[in-house]
Design a protein around this ligand. Structure first.
Ligand code: SAH
Length: 346
């Protein structure tokens, strides 16, 4: 018989699932699972022995299985391939910055957005991840780290706002005191620009940091790089970003991949500065991370510096993404792609 997995259930769900057990038992079990990271009922010492045995018979606490791991030479980035119950695999990246630890999680298995520079979308969307599976990615990172990560970025494989309900459920659970009690400010959601979902998120009263993958300063180029732009053009996207910043008081980050010779000239920088002027926003420049299946080229170092300098001297706060873990293929989807080709070793 398949056991029911308790991991990822809210307190209310645990109470309902475990009824007629008294509610305080559900609370104890939630604390054991989420606060203390306990996965075996036998190790939940505050529960009576008979109850532990009974729980073990019907339930399990399953987070994720480790399929493989790669560590960067500098020891600051580790990439994990996690196996899910149905055999699907997702990537999780743990990063140690000088300002704290962060985990980058996936929100879907594959992706349907079709961005031309991205490896995650090459085979389309397999399925959405559940709230429990996304939370499991974070708990997995905590287990490796030996403590809770300081921040979470939903910037791995998939488009989080195309998996809206499970994403919100996971964020609310993550924030609960009986779970990790993580502040919403410590969470960043990265989106390719699903405008109606950005509007919805604005009204959830969960002030996470919003990161919008922009990558081009005009509709023609953006639609060529990112098919989603044909559905929601730049004007409505920038408006939604601005509304989000105004409503939450949180500065929106615009991600801008620099693709050599495609979107990295001074004219592009000028147009970018123009469309973002007056917004509570900053720009994070990401030098393109070469993907073997994609023909784009990285920008030169000099171009990156020029672009960065142009923005900062024209009123737009910009940063350059510190390349972490390039030696472990940290760009989205690359590890999973390798795994599917059978290259990735345990
Ligand atoms: N779907 C979401 C989150 C996943 S992609 C989004 O689009 O934001 C996370 C970020 O990595 C996005 O900004 C994406 O455009 C970028 N990215 C994808 N492939 C890349 C590559 N080869 N090099 C650099 N950045 C890449």
């Amino acid at each position: 018989m398949n056991k029911t997995n308790l991991f990822g259930m809210t307190l209310e769900e645990l109470e309902a699932e475990l009824a007629p057990l008294p509610k305080f038992r559900a609370k104890q079990i939630a604390a054991q699972i989420y606060k203390h990271g306990v996965k075996k009922f036998d190790d939940m010492s505050e529960l009576p022995k008979a109850l532990r045995a009974e729980l073990s018979e019907h339930y399990e606490v399953r987070v994720a299985d480790l399929l493989g791991r790669l560590d960067s030479a500098d020891g600051l980035t580790s990439k994990f391939l996690l196996g899910l119950a149905d055999g699907a695999a997702v990537e999780v990246v743990l990063m140690l910055h000088d300002y704290g630890t962060s985990v980058c999680i996936s929100s879907q298995v594959g992706c349907q957005m079709g961005c031309k520079f991205c490896a995650s979308t090459l085979k389309g969307l397999q399925r959405n991840l559940t709230a429990a599976e996304m939370l499991g990615e974070i708990f997995f990172a905590n287990e490796i780290l030996g403590k809770a990560v300081d921040s979470v970025v939903v910037m791995g494989t998939g488009e989080p706002l195309m998996n809206y309900d499970e994403l919100i459920k996971m964020l609310r659970l993550l924030h609960e005191d009986y779970c990790l009690g993580m502040s919403y400010r410590k969470v960043t959601i990265s989106t390719c620009g699903i405008v109606p979902a950005i509007k919805k998120l604005r009204d959830e009263k969960i002030p996470v940091t919003l990161s919008i993958s922009l990558h081009a300063p005009d509709d023609n180029l953006r639609s060529a790089l990112m098919p989603i732009n044909s559905a929601f053009g730049l004007k409505s996207l920038l408006q939604a970003g601005d509304d989000y910043a105004q409503a939450t008081g949180r500065r929106v980050t615009y991600e801008y991949i620099l693709l050599g010779g495609v979107n990295d000239t001074e004219e592009h920088a000028r147009r970018l500065a123009k469309i973002l002027s007056g917004q509570l926003a900053n720009v994070n420049l990401i030098p393109f991370n070469p993907v073997s299946e994609r023909s784009f080229k990285p920008p030169t170092n000099a171009t990156v510096k020029k672009f960065f300098h142009f923005l900062n001297t024209h009123g737009i706060g910009a940063t350059i993404r510190k390349e972490m873990g390039a030696d472990v293929n940290a760009a989205c989807g690359q590890l999973r792609a390798k795994h599917n080709q059978g290259v990735f070793q345990k």
